[in-house]
Design a protein around this ligand. Structure first.
Ligand code: SF4
Length: 362
């Protein structure tokens, strides 16, 4: 069966954040114009059927000017199934009412806002140009145009972030009453400005205590943690991202975009010049069974409800299921994994120690 989800990568940003490891370049109108032409050629080359989910990420998709944004969304919306989820990432400093009208006109029904913090000193440290007033205005305008499925991203575990500031950011986000919150710890990859400056990641114990603080606070306010970093009110889980976490197949287009189609995991080129010459493909990997099992566990165990053992057995074999259960026993005895309703899942404690669990299961 063909995948029914598509990821679309827009690599442009108005400025570059010092911690960012995503494929991106500073926005130039001329490049954006050429990029869109290549992107739409890649889209055409896929011969897609209708899709249940489309997710436009970046980069900053809202860095595109109105006419390019309209052209992109119009084309993509023609692939969307009735009732499908159509998400776009947006930065509060590059979103205005004109762009939101373009969203609405082209069936966008979920917006993920890169809030990260609502405290000026934290935003300055992270190199973000917006403030809380910008975020509030975006949420009001999205609602005005009937886009109510809104996510706010926040970042924790970095130098200088106190529990007091974290608490204030969460309180500010809660005051917006958005149905979805994502919380990511700051990971500093090689090649980022922070890494080159020698800035270190936050100590593990502090990162874990900040994560637990976020978890408790959001849980107490009616958000369910459905994935280790994602919290939603009932019915507002991100359907597109669930495709990744359930290790199901999906298309992906754009610079550096990774797809998983017909058992092949491909990654597009990271070279913008090549992409603009319509040389899209970078690397691909035909996954053997052992790696396929690893991918399956790596993704599915991030979900709070884990996965049905029957699904694992159908995809692999009863022999593989027996091996998995044998390896899982030690983790179950240590209260890191549990089996409930025939599903294998990580416990609260286990979700904090996923890397350790996975090493023991592989
Ligand atoms: S974090 Fe987002 S806005 Fe900042 S440079 Fe990366 S993709 Fe662009």
């Amino acid at each position: 069966m063909k995948p029914s989800s598509l990821y679309v990568h827009i690599p442009f940003c108005n400025h570059i954040c010092p911690y960012c490891d995503f494929p991106k370049v500073v926005y130039e109108k001329q490049w954006a114009f050429s990029y869109l032409n290549s992107l739409l050629s890649e889209l055409d080359s896929l011969s897609l059927d209708k899709l249940d989910t489309i997710y436009i990420g970046g980069g900053t998709p809202t860095s595109l000017d109105i006419s390019l944004l309209d052209k992109l969304l119009k084309k993509l919306s023609s692939y969307l199934n009735e009732g499908g989820e159509f998400s776009i990432e947006a930065n509060p400093d590059s979103l205005d009412e004109e762009k939101i009208k373009v969203f609405s006109k082209n069936k966008i029904n979920r917006v993920s806002l890169g809030v990260q913090s609502t405290i000026k000193s934290n935003l300055d440290f992270l190199g973000r140009k917006h403030n809380y007033e910008d975020v509030k205005k975006c949420v009001e305008l999205l609602r005005k145009h009937c886009i109510n499925n809104i996510n706010c991203d926040l970042i924790y575990a970095y130098n200088g972030l106190s529990i007091k500031d974290l608490n204030k950011t969460i309180e500010d986000i809660l005051a917006l009453n958005v149905p979805h919150v994502s919380a990511y710890s700051l990971i500093l990859e090689k090649g980022t400005l922070f890494y080159n400056k020698g800035i270190k990641e936050e100590n593990e114990d502090i990162a874990a205590s900040q994560y637990e603080f976020i978890l408790n606070k959001l849980r107490n306010c009616g958000y369910k943690r459905y994935e280790v970093s994602n919290f939603a009110k009932n019915g507002f889980e991100c359907k597109h991202n669930l495709v990744y976490w359930k290790d199901e197949e999906y298309y992906a287009i754009g610079l550096g975009a990774s797809s998983y189609v017909k058992g092949i995991r491909s990654k597009n080129t990271l070279n913008l010049s090549s992409y603009l010459k319509n040389e899209f493909k970078g690397s691909y990997e035909v996954v053997g069974k052992e790696d396929d099992i690893k991918y399956f566990l790596l993704t599915n165990l991030r979900l709070e409800d884990g996965f049905p053992l029957e699904k694992f057995e159908q995809r692999f074999s009863s022999f593989d299921k027996d091996i998995l259960l044998k390896k899982a026993k030690k983790m179950i005895d240590a209260s890191l994994l549990r089996i409930k309703n025939d599903r294998l899942m990580a416990t609260d404690k286990g979700l904090l120690l996923l890397d350790y669990i996975l090493i023991n299961l592989f």
